[in-house]
Design a protein around this ligand. Sequence first.
Ligand code: ATP
Ligand code: LTN
Length: 333
Amino acid sequence: METERKKLYSAIQPTNNLTIGNYLGAIKNWVNLQSEYDCYYGIANMHAITVRQEPVKLRQKTLSLLALYIACGIDPEKCVLYLQSHVSAHAELAWVLNTITYVGEMERMTQFKDKSARHADNINMGLMDYPVLMAADILLYQADVVPVGEDQRQHLEITRNIAQRFNNAFSPTFTVPEGVYMKVGAKINDLQFPDKKMSKSAENPNGSIFLTDDRDTIIRKFKRAVTDSGSEIRYNPAEKPGVSNLLSIYSVFSDKTVAEAEADFAGKGYGDFKLAVGEVVADKLGPIQSEQVRLEADRQYLDGVLKSGAEKAARLANKTLAKVYKKIGFYQI
Ligand code: ATP
Ligand code: LTN
């Protein structure tokens, strides 16, 4: 007898260029989890417009993110890959969830506060409502697990609260999801400011390794990475944030433990160390980049993936939405 597999949901916004932080914090784990769960991987373009986007670029980034998912090893035959705006249930459920979410809760969100400060001229309702749309994403698919980076922990907590609140107010409807965070890789920091997370929208591009960076750029950026005083290559984020960040990057890119990574560099200097980290990253990204370019040129294939993804996603999403509408008293014919 076939037992039903647990469901997994995650998504990334098609904004800017992705960094190795997005790769290690999210996509790399998605690849590993796809054989174990029923996976739904979204491209969150509705979240993306909470910050002003150029329409032409948003369209391009959508396809290139899809190509990247596949180039990294996510198999569209095994997982549902789809574009958020293709499934109207996201906006519809978000509206319902808005009515059980408090303004005060949203005002307290760290990402809302950060983004409001960075985009002071455009503090729109969508930016504030971002976590509710994210809750709708996850709850529509009755996801058991949600693999994300550390920065999304607060949004996942609020999703759990919203799910429980709805279940208590009406009757059990939503699966309450668990966040899944990797021990190493859940928070990759900026190479220039090792106390800040590496971000695709950072002001200084030298601190971020973009998945589109060529080999020379990658090696140059790692050579310039900020290290710490002393000369020992040892993992200790409090005392040696720069070196520890590089050790984390090296360890996940080479599939070694942090202890094995430390052993590789025992007695070596910072120069050799930084070069080795750059090389292991460039070696891994090279093949992904060429596959992404190849896929991006095959528009027909990508459209086909999105079309079948949207159909599969909508089937489950609409089922959940219908249940919700019934429970809250929306008259159905
Ligand atoms: P931005 O900085 O432009 O807001 P972002 O880099 O945080 O964007 P998102 O689309 O918000 O990118 O995140 C996509 C995924 O990547 C999320 O799961 C997030 O937790 C993860 N992620 C982002 N940055 C890092 C990082 N530095 N380390 C580990 N995971 C990360
Ligand atoms: N906010 C997320 C992207 C995202 C997401 C989701 C992640 C949108 N909807 C649902 C997990 C589940 C981010 O990483 N910035």
